[in-house]
Design a protein around this ligand. Structure first.
Ligand code: NAD
Length: 443
């Protein structure tokens, strides 16, 4: 009878040359959460990967995971510790790339999933990046500006061993902005002894940021929306659009659809939901939100219950606020022919199935909101060459990339009779695993 390898002095074992380790609990597909959902998505595309499927386990574990302690002095003189993460999911196609989230509920599982979705998104639009993501488990609203700066700087210093302009390039995400990116760039540069603008994107334009970055995600949402509408015979001029979230993504997408002649009939944000059958005056609404902070109180619009938003008569629905908004509870009531995911993860997998059964076309986040990272790529290229492009040039290049990426995804969906989400994963996973295959294994 064979015996299990016995531990030897120093902890070594006489293990066989080849063995398989059980997955750690946070990698367990049964442990559902964002990472579990991601693993299911990879399983779903594996049959379409052909010979590249031999590399698929590469996608099922992050390349590098760093957990850091972030201690700072609070203004009251005490010391507080926060937990920070930076996960590099995959770097087969280039350096890691993905945002940094400051939120009290951030977990390692969430950051791992977000980093993996960045690998998919970057490959889907064919920018030369892998995927990464970071976060700090902190409620930034509880911090003063000085404390926020110290948290940002200490975190940047701690993850400084794995980030860099050619290694991994962070960007803004939930509760981080241009100012946070300026502090990150400065901290990294101080530690390196040279200004390194290309270490982060989403910086202020005066510090090497890019024109057009703020509007890029909304512009990408609009671009793929128009491309998809044309393919399903939906006329954008006159189409009724409902938008959840009227911030950076939803506000810009709504404005561009209105400029193209669509009627933005309903808008929901954290302050409430407004509706106008004849279409809202979008420029006036944007000005109102800029002044008041919310769509609430916008003159000339009907106020409707938040839950009624999901059943308003419309042709295009754009969730551009939070995760898990379209669920089993409302998916069957959605009237739209097309859902464009401006937000990350707005549709639960169950709701996705319901929409598919009802023939509602879903343009998934991993392609629909990739405009932001595309212009982040332009920012990084401009920083390297210290030569900055005009806004028109940036927008034209963005539209070209988004159209080409969407066409490739559409073709794969059509050929394989799969959803656009699965098609985007097929395109992206093939690109990542092809790079893996060409590079081979080291050593
Ligand atoms: P933002 O802060 O500019 O706007 C968020 C909007 O959501 C606001 O209008 C807010 O009122 C609304 N909102 C908040 N809570 C709400 C609630 N409970 N119900 C309804 N509306 C609510 O943020 P943003 O940059 O526009 O990002 C929106 C989404 O898009 C997020 O999921 C983000 O991860 C994703 N995203 C953003 C970018 C980018 O470049 N900004 C890129 C890719 C994905």
């Amino acid at each position: 009878m064979s015996q299990a390898p016995q531990p030897q002095a120093g902890g070594a074992t006489s293990a066989p040359a080849v063995f398989t380790q059980a997955l750690p609990s946070y990698l367990d597909p049964q442990h559902l959460g964002p990472w579990g959902i991601y693993l299911q998505q990879v399983d779903r595309v594996t049959p379409y990967l052909g010979k590249l499927a031999r590399w698929v386990d590469t996608l099922k574990r992050p390349k590098r995971t760093l957990i850091v302690d972030v201690p700072i002095h609070l203004d009251n003189g005490s010391v507080a510790h926060f937990e920070g993460y930076r996960v590099q999911h995959n770097t087969s196609r280039g350096p890691g790339k993905g945002g940094v989230r400051f939120h009290q509920d951030v977990t390692l599982s969430e950051v791992m999933a977000l980093s993996a979705w960045m690998s998919i998104k970057n490959a889907a639009v064919n920018v030369p990046y892998g995927g990464a993501k970071g976060g700090i488990r902190v409620d930034p609203r509880q911090l003063t500006q000085g404390e926020l700066e110290r948290v940002t700087r200490r975190y940047t210093s701690e993850i400084g061993i794995i980030i860099g302009p050619t290694k991994d390039i962070p960007a803004p995400d939930v509760n981080t902005n241009e100012q946070v990116m300026a502090w990150m760039m400065d901290t990294y540069s101080m530690n390196e002894g040279a200004t390194a603008t290309g270490v982060v994107t989403g910086k202020p334009v005066d510090l090497g940021g890019s024109l057009g970055r703020r509007e890029a995600t909304g512009r990408g949402v609009f671009t793929v929306g128009v491309e998809a509408a044309r393919r399903i015979g939906l006329e954008v001029a006159g189409a009724r659009v409902a938008v959840q979230g009227f911030g950076n993504v939803g506000g810009v997408a709504g404005k561009l659809f209105a400029e193209a002649g669509a009627k933005v009939v309903a808008v929901q944000d954290h302050g409430g939901t407004i509706y106008r059958e004849a279409g809202l005056d979008v420029p006036a609404l944007l000005a109102h939100v800029a002044r008041q902070g919310s769509v609430a109180g916008f003159p000339g619009a009907e106020v409707i219950a938040n839950d009624a938003f999901w059943s308003v008569p419309c042709d295009i629905l754009i969730p551009a606020a939070l995760e898990a908004q379209i669920t089993e509870a409302n998916a069957a009531r959605i009237q739209a022919r097309m859902v464009i995911e401006g937000a990350n993860g707005p549709t639960t997998p169950q709701a996705d199935d319901i929409l598919r059964e009802r023939n509602v076309l879903v343009l998934p986040d991993v392609i629909a909101n990739a405009g932001g990272v595309t212009v982040s790529y332009f920012e990084w290229v401009q920083d390297f060459s210290s030569f900055f492009w005009s806004e028109d040039e940036i927008n034209a290049r963005l539209v070209k990339i988004m159209k080409e990426a969407f066409a490739a995804v559409w073709q794969v969906a059509d050929e394989n009779k799969v959803s656009l989400r699965t098609a985007t994963f097929i395109v992206a996973c093939k690109r990542i695993l092809h790079a893996r295959d060409l590079r081979g294994l080291y050593p």
